[in-house]
Design a protein around this ligand. Structure first.
Ligand code: XMP
Length: 516
């Protein structure tokens, strides 16, 4: 059991980042919607609470209140933005609308009394922070002192060091508050006294023991996609149950160049897992023939995938468990019904529906991990770098990147262009952290070009590269023009039927990351 922090979510867009910063400090934390039953939150035995930001105003009738158990626990509390106002309001301070809404980068000034607490030590005397609020704490509650003030003099941070209650008006969890991560680390470790024991090695040990206890002597099946989540899931389960794990890899024909061979090489040859590799290309292509609607393509692929998986699992014989690489953000999002769920914009498919149909119980060892933690666990498990650092790839694969009807020729054209893009980005060191997703898209549009002395009439390839923290919003990557020129040259020279390359300079929103 690790020392833990409970984060209560009041609806801010950046609450998950708070959790990630705490985990980066090797302290375990969980995120709960603010109205989670007290017993559920307290079962974590939290050594401290963080109250997130949120869109409400504390003086509105419908504003989410501070659950009483937080102060009753007498554990340290850190309120962020709305969380700070809530704390001030609950303890008899006064919160009012600010004369002017503060949004974006701002400077705060530490004030004299700061020394009474070391929480804000990581901040410079004049520190850059990120603000996003319309209300302010006008009068501090009894026992509190101001720790920092905004340029306009309003309270930017407050604290009652004796009771270990703190509030910051700014957002320490975002990158635009450079010293923010350190403030959160201090809160967890110094103020709450949490031991930094949440490490990949500790997680692996506990997860393996846990899977072993759950599965007992039964058999497990796991779908491998080639991505990091399913790879880490399978490796953990393999450590726990050995050859009682069967992995199924379905080649849908919609994968990138070289991917099917690499999955087999890695998991069967290198890691020694029982791997059933099914080439279902023909099946998927014929099911997709003549289909142009993006959502229908997704549905068809989802259905065919389940059908193939089910058939293979049945062929393997009695299986009781299905291992899945569900991550913490999915768990959080499904627990928060009032959060706008970007995923409704597109029908996502994984192996949903399969567990009930096959009467399988789920093993989800990653359901409390963020993606960056999964990568750290993958590295500690000794998985190949290429797997650990693979960028996310959509379940329907290249079917949503070949716009319009999917045919084998179009897939091959796209694979050729895409592999050039990835090769050049890899060489420039841009696939691990600098861009979160980069790929090519084949447009169903032909344009006129000239090559040598002749006219060409070929297809257009669009390049997409984005930077993002959580894939809910994204910005287009400012790639070096020389790099783009190299990719473009190589594509029109090396890929038949393509005579034009464009670069997508749209952010999300209003566009999405994928084109379909
Ligand atoms: P969008 O295009 O909605 O994508 O901005 C956000 C992230 O989700 C991935 N994506 C999918 N993943 N099935 C998946 O498993 C899908 O149908 C699907 N559509 C988009 C996308 O690659 C990006 O990482």
């Amino acid at each position: 059991m690790h020392d833990a922090i409970a984060i209560l979510d009041f609806g801010s867009q950046t609450t998950q980042l708070v959790a990630r910063r705490i985990r980066e400090a090797h302290v375990y934390c969980e995120l709960f919607p603010w109205n989670t039953p007290a017993e559920r939150v307290l079962s974590l035995s939290p050594r401290g609470f963080i109250l997130s930001g949120g869109p409400a105003s504390v003086y509105e009738q419908s504003a989410p209140p501070l659950p009483p158990y937080v102060l009753e626990s007498e554990q340290p509390v850190l309120g962020i933005c709305y969380g700070m106002q809530l704390l001030a309001h609950a303890l008899g301070g006064e919160v009012t609308p600010a004369a002017r809404r503060e949004y974006g980068p701002a400077q705060v000034k530490l004030v004299g009394e700061t020394r009474a607490s070391h929480l804000l030590d990581p901040l410079q005397e004049h520190a850059q922070v990120w603000m996003s609020h319309g209300d302010q704490v006008k009068r501090l509650p009894a026992g509190f002192i101001a720790l920092a003030r905004s340029a306009n003099g309003s309270v930017a941070a407050m604290g009652d060091p004796q009771r270990r209650l703190y509030g910051v008006q700014f957002h320490p969890e975002v990158a635009h508050t450079p010293a923010g991560a350190e403030v959160l680390r201090r809160f967890a470790i110094s103020t709450c006294g949490c031991a930094p024991t949440w490490t990949p090695a500790a997680f692996i040990e506990e997860a393996v023991a846990d899977i072993g206890a759950t599965v007992g002597e039964k058999r497990v099946v796991c779908g491998l996609s080639g991505g990091v989540d399913s790879a880490v899931t399978a490796t953990l389960v393999h450590r726990a149950v050995g050859d009682r794990l069967d992995c199924i890899f379905v080649n849908t024909g919609m994968l990138r160049r070289g991917e099917p061979e690499e999955v087999v090489r890695t998991f069967r040859d290198q890691l020694g897992m029982e791997l059933v590799a099914v080439d279902a290309t023909e099946l998927f292509l014929s099911a997709l023939a003549g289909v142009t609607d993006p959502e229908q393509k997704r549905r068809i692929i989802g259905e065919q995938f389940i059908r193939v998986f089910e058939r293979e699992a049945e062929r393997l014989g009695a299986v009781d468990f299905l291992a899945q690489g569900t991550l913490y953000p999915d768990v959080i999002e499904s627990a928060a019904p009032d959060r706008p769920d970007a995923r409704r914009i597109k029908t996502h498919h994984n192996v949903g529906g399969l567990p009930q149909r096959m009467r399988l119980k789920l093993v989800e060892p990653l359901r409390y991990l963020f993606k960056d933690e999964v990568r750290a666990v993958g590295e500690t498990l000794g998985l190949p770098e290429a797997v650990v650092w693979r960028q996310p790839f959509p379940g329907p694969g290249l079917a949503v990147r070949v716009l319009d009807e999917v045919t084998w020729e179009r897939l091959e054209t796209l694979r050729a262009a895409d592999s050039i893009m990835l090769e050049e980005l890899e060489q420039a060191g841009l696939l691990r952290g600098e861009t979160q997703q980069a790929f090519a898209v084949l447009l169903p549009v032909r344009t006129v070009g000239v090559m040598g002395d002749g006219r060409t009439y070929g297809y257009v390839v669009a390049l997409r590269a984005v930077t993002t923290d959580d894939f809910m919003t994204a910005d287009w990557a400012r790639l070096d023009p020389d790099l783009l020129a190299r990719v473009s040259n190589r594509i029109v020279n090396e890929v038949a039927h393509v005579n034009r390359v464009v670069y997508d300079i749209t952010s999300k929103p209003p566009a999405t990351i994928e084109w379909e």
